[in-house]
Design a protein around this ligand. Structure first.
Ligand SMILES: [Zn+2]
Length: 377
């Protein structure tokens, strides 16, 4: 048995049952989840199921379990059986869990899945020690902030200088109409705290105009999620420059009519930057000249037009959840992030889903480094 097994825990998502003895007297004990299935063949599983399984809740030490079941199992047999389950990643060590039992109960679905996917990786701890800055709390921003809080990200900065508009409540219905007129940053922070009191939520409602302003609100974050409306693209380009200069990872999303676009995620120094992405988008448009003119109009707009755009509440939730999942992958290493240098587009009207590569733009004014020999890598 692994030495680390001090307080064995059988995560709650496993269904456990046993088959009665066959003609040879062998019993089968089943451990089944959506993703895993293990059958053990042996004896005395009826007793193991009745007496040992209920004690595998992470609150009993291995010695306590031994004492409680000494009338049924010699200690070495019990440890051997638990060792088999631990080797299979089904029984895990509870004392490495960093959340209280109250939080563990709330977050059981996520903790159970993390146990299933990567029993040896401290995925939840990676989230608990992370800071995510959510910039823009209209559109997808509110749902993203709340989901990240629910997932147990340690610190979340809710950044927006404007107040809640009625259309914000349409795109993020959990905000509630009584919040109209109140600060977006304060409102979404309060809702996030209600969902996950252990998470540190920072409301930032200062007006952001310069690169220094942006630098100040994202400094020290592990990743930035940009949910600003396209009419604030001037600020998004500034964010691009600040992230390039500071090496900050970031991801963006947009609600574009009946289409949502999640990504690209940007890792400065690797792959395209946001300006590369926008230049590629304009170049691929049906009429690049018109697309460029619109891009210039948006760049000069410098105000939040999210209230007068054509979008659906369903798209806002989808964009938030795709971006949230990518952030969890970025922070935990649970899986390779899927949107670095890529975008995911979902057309809601016919559910067409596409993933597109975004190539770096040679000689990009924002990210091209003259010392590089090949600007296209
Ligand atoms: Zn670039």
């Amino acid at each position: 048995m692994p030495i680390s097994l001090q307080n064995p825990l059988l995560p709650t998502h496993y269904s456990v049952w046993f088959d009665p003895p066959d003609e040879k007297g062998d019993e089968v004990l089943h451990f089944v989840s959506e993703r895993r299935s293990l059958k053990l063949k042996g004896r005395s599983f009826r007793e193991f199921h009745q007496r040992v399984i209920p004690l595998l809740n992470g609150r009993h030490s291995i010695e306590e379990i031994e004492t409680a079941t000494a009338d049924l199992f010699p200690g070495d047999e019990l440890r051997a059986a638990l060792g088999v389950l631990a080797d299979q990643g089904i029984v895990v060590e509870a004392s490495t869990h960093t959340v209280s039992s109250e939080i563990a109960e709330r977050m059981a679905p996520q903790l159970n899945l993390f146990n299933d996917l990567a029993p040896d990786l401290p995925l939840q701890k990676s989230l608990e020690t992370a800071t995510v800055a959510v910039l823009g709390l209209s559109g997808a921003g509110p749902a993203l902030a709340l989901s990240l809080a629910a997932a147990g990200v340690g610190t979340i900065r809710c950044i927006d200088s404007l107040n809640v508009a009625p259309s914000d409540v349409y795109l993020a219905p959990f905000t509630g109409m009584p919040a109209v007129g109140a600060s977006r940053a304060a409102t979404i922070s309060e809702l996030s705290k209600r969902a996950a009191p252990q998470v540190q939520i920072v409301a930032e409602d200062r007006k952001l105009e310069s690169e220094d302003d942006l630098r100040a609100v994202i400094e020290g974050a592990d990743i930035v999620a940009c949910c600003l409306d396209a009419s604030q693209s001037n600020l998004i380009y500034k964010l691009n420059r600040v992230c390039l200069a500071t090496g900050m990872r970031w991801i963006t999303c947009s609600l574009a009519g009946a289409e949502i676009i999640a990504g690209p995620a940007m890792h400065p120094g690797k792959g395209p930057c946001y300006l590369c992405y926008r230049m590629r988008t304009v170049a691929c448009a049906g009429n690049p000249d018109d697309a460029f003119a619109y891009e210039r109009f948006l760049d000069r707009r410098k105000q939040d037009d999210s209230s007068r755009r054509e979008n659906l509440v369903f798209g806002a939730g989808l964009a938030a959840n795709f971006v949230g999942m990518e952030i969890v992958k970025e922070l935990t290493g649970l899986a390779e992030p899927s949107l670095v240098g890529r975008i995911l587009s979902v057309r809601l009207t016919d559910l067409t889903v596409d993933k597109h590569f975004v190539l770096r733009k040679p000689w990009c004014p924002a990210c091209f480094n003259p010392s590089e020999t090949s600007p296209d890598k």
